[in-house]
Design a protein around this ligand. Structure first.
Ligand code: TYD
Ligand code: MG
Length: 466
């Protein structure tokens, strides 16, 4: 039987099928399959020519620390694990308009003071980039803008200039001559990224790729490139907020989940050095359904307002919507609240929101989430001077979380006076100015949250119900 020489690949999800179809069998979208040729492997078993294979090297001969260059923004250096690693490839993703081009133009201009830097812009014209650079008050130095979308030309220029840094804005606009598909198609994204990775490793040029993420098309776009690159940074937070958060979700040269905080200003992105309370813009009188927690997501304590809203279900199945929190975890917490907290929300729509657009990926938000929901249901206000954190277990127990003491110290520094915490997180020595209320179970925690004195309820007392 003759071997097939082509197959059909989905431009949206990258799924493959040997036969043309109207819709992609993997993602179900219509008119997305495009024909691609596949190269036939050489006949016969593969033979390794003696001397052609790389020789093994002793591990000890490898350099200890990779060479790094500063970005000019200490916050960005921090999330990258200490600066830009020579020959590394970093993907910067985020919603359109969030500040990707702004950030990397700032970085490029800073790096250009020391070494040749190339900024390949397929998104904007030279005039537009120049205008932005002027707005940002950047000294152009050796920074060169290349209004080009042909990948091979970009690589040739970068090699010719011996660029220490190459920015590709954006990976969705570049096109390799080796493929016939349109820019932005999955096959193009992968091919271009693979070539850029090879170039970075061979030339020791640090490469930044900008990738747009759209809320609906999250499977296409930058996500398919994550495994190819060394570091993945994403802009979190909302474009409506002044603040911008950059999170490292993958880093071969440093810790992941570190966060960098910036404020978008007239003159571009400015670092926020002490970000612990930037999202705390609460009304002077706290409302029912609101509570402040201390997360330690991203390497340092951060005070976040959590909001819960429960509303009587109108029709169909109750809705459970989580913004900035894990929706599956919310479903689990609601079950625990029902079984062990005596609060049933089966007939209510439930919404929770981490204010400021930040994503919380740790379990310490369990306890405050439930308190916010109980507060919304009963329309009882949680005192504005109270913070809470703690993990909730399936049997209704409040479990300790890491860095308890650090969270408490930060809360006290920001002027909070009472803290509802897991019993095992109670500090050994009292913290001056902060009244710590240790709790062991969810019902006990709910009672303590609303009591003005902040004392845990005596055992056996019925929890709050509306
Ligand atoms: P941009 O970097 O173009 O976003 P992206 O490349 O991620 O699409 O940022 C665009 C937004 O930033 C735009 O709404 C204007 C705003 N902005 C400022 O507020 N100040 C500035 O100095 C600059 C350059 C942009
Ligand atoms: Mg841009």
């Amino acid at each position: 039987m003759p071997r097939a020489t082509s197959l059909y690949r989905c431009s949206e999800c990258g799924g493959e099928t040997p036969q043309w179809q109207g819709s992609c069998p993997a993602c179900g979208q219509w008119n997305v399959l495009e024909q691609v040729s596949i190269s036939r492997p050489a006949r016969g078993p593969a033979r390794v020519r003696p001397g052609a294979a790389a020789a093994p090297l002793p591990l000890a001969s490898a350099g200890a620390e990779p060479a790094r260059a500063a970005t000019g923004l200490a916050e960005l250096d921090r999330v990258m694990g200490g600066g830009i690693v020579t020959g590394s490839v970093t993907l910067l993703g985020g919603d359109p308009g969030i500040g990707k081009s702004t950030l990397l133009l700032q970085v490029a201009a800073h790096a250009a003071a020391l070494a040749p830097v190339l900024y390949a812009s397929g998104e904007e014209s030279l005039a537009q980039v120049a205008l932005r650079a002027r707005r940002l008050g950047l000294a152009p130095g050796a920074l060169e803008i290349l209004p080009e979308t042909h990948l091979e030309s970009i690589l040739a220029r970068a090699a010719e200039r011996r660029a220490a840094l190459l920015v590709v804005d954006s990976i969705q606009t570049v096109q390799s001559g080796s493929l016939e598909t349109a820019p932005g198609a999955v096959s193009q994204l992968k091919e271009c990224a693979a070539q850029l990775v090879r170039f970075a490793k061979d030339s020791a040029t640090a490469v930044f790729l900008i990738g747009h993420v759209t809320k609906d098309g999250a499977i296409a776009g930058p996500r398919v490139l994550e495994h190819l690159v060394d570091t993945v940074l994403y802009f979190e937070s909302e474009t409506t907020s002044r603040f911008r958060i950059v999170r490292a979700t993958k880093n071969r040269f440093g810790a992941v989940n570190e966060l960098a905080f910036f404020a978008m200003t007239e003159g571009g992105l400015r670092e926020v050095r002490n970000p612990s309370a930037i999202f705390l813009a609460r009304a002077p009188e706290p409302a029912a359904g609101s509570i402040v927690t201390v997360t330690r997501d991203g390497g340092r304590p951060l005070l976040i307002e959590l909001q819960g809203l429960v509303d009587r279900m109108r029709f169909g199945a109750p809705r459970r919507i989580a913004q900035g929190l894990d929706a599956n975890r919310l479903a689990m917490l609601l079950a625990v609240l029902n079984r062990h907290g005596g609060v049933s929300l089966q007939e209510y729509d439930v919404f929770v929101n981490a204010v400021g657009g930040v994503r919380i990926d740790e379990t310490a938000s369990d306890l405050p989430t439930l308190i916010a929901l109980a507060s919304s249901l009963s329309e009882r206000v949680v005192p504005g001077t109270l913070i809470a954190f703690g993990e909730i277990g399936l049997t209704g127990e409040v479990r300790p979380v890491a860095y308890g003491e650090e969270r408490l110290q930060e809360a006290r520094k920001q002027g909070f006076q009472r803290a509802l915490v897991p019993r095992e997180n109670a500090p050994r020595r009292p913290i001056e100015g902060l009244h710590v209320v240790p709790v062991a179970r969810i019902d006990e925690a709910l009672a303590a949250a609303f009591s003005p004195a902040g004392q845990a309820a005596p055992p056996g007392r019925a929890p709050a119900r509306s």
